[in-house]
Design a protein around this ligand. Structure first.
Ligand code: NAD
Ligand code: ZN
Length: 241
């Protein structure tokens, strides 16, 4: 376990690896100012998810749920990607096979220039309808709350509490992670399944596994390297220019 304040970090050379995966969680975005869900100051301390982030709540009061998501969009728009996001995007530009697998829904990686991003839990910036599928909606407020074709309420394309992950998305991520040889987990508490099982998939398939987190997690021992500290402090040291 390396403590950022006391130990010099030996940089990783991306070119020594064929397939890199950055696996990110809410801690990555927290450094940009977006609150985590759990823990002190987390969103669910302030709001009860049962009223705002599950299918039942949406069916009961769609406007209420959409108001809440507009608030999240406004919050995300007022935040900026940090140095850690930029480092990941630079590594991706300079290496032929880099994938970002994120549990975050805020689109920060894309705003930092990352292209190859798998969003396990959906996106704040997409809505969907059974009749016409998924489409982007990038404004602070929704372009329309109802489908112009069929009149149904448009649903944020997000995995809410009690939803199952999209099978195609989880299979794609699992497949890429199984074939990766460098797996870097950043800012995730690794308690939300099935996403929390992905580090084990990387490890079992022989990837070199690295964890960056402010504190040890309950799967820290799975990783060959653990770096305690902020993503925005550790990533520039791991991947210097
Ligand atoms: P989590 O809130 O359970 O854990 C966050 C982890 O990040 C903690 O272990 C914490 O120690 C660490 N952390 C905090 N700041 C950090 C920093 N600057 N650098 C490195 N590590 C830091 O988050 P999770 O594991 O991603 O699970 C949360 C669930 O909630 C996910 O399902 C996710 O989809 C969702 N979520 C998304 C967002 C978002 O889109 N930004 C925000 C909150 C929650
Ligand atoms: Zn429709």
């Amino acid at each position: 376990m390396y403590d950022d304040s006391t130990v010099d970090i030996i940089p990783l050379d991306p070119n020594k690896y064929k397939k890199l995966v950055f696996f990110t969680g809410a801690g990555m975005s927290k450094e940009s100012g977006i609150p985590t869900y759990r823990g002190k100051g987390g969103t669910w301390e302030e709001y009860n998810y049962k009223d705002y982030a599950c299918q039942v709540a949406f069916e009961k009061n769609p406007n209420h749920v959409l108001d809440f998501h507009e608030l999240r969009r406004k919050e995300a728009k007022s935040c900026q990607p940090h140095l850690g996001h930029s480092i990941i995007s630079r590594v991706e530009k300079n290496h032929p096979d880099v994938t970002i697998v994120t549990q975050n829904i805020d689109g920060m990686h894309q705003r930092a220039g990352s292209k190859n991003v798998i969003e396990l839990h959906g996106s704040l910036w997409r809505i969907r309808c059974d009749c016409s599928g998924v489409r982007e909606d990038m404004g602070e407020t929704y372009e329309s709350r109802k489908c112009l074709k069929c009149g149904s309420w448009l649903r944020p394309d997000i995995i809410w509490f009690e939803d199952l992950l999209d099978n195609n998305v989880i299979s794609k991520a699992t497949n890429i992670i199984s074939n990766s040889d460098l797996f870097i987990s950043i800012g995730t508490s690794a308690v939300v399944y099935p996403a929390a099982g992905l580090p084990m998939t990387a490890k079992m398939n022989g990837a070199h596994c690295v964890e960056i987190n402010l504190e040890p997690t309950n799967i820290s021992s799975l990783y060959q390297d653990n770096f305690l500290g902020k993503a925005g402090d550790i990533l520039p040291k791991l991947f210097p220019v």
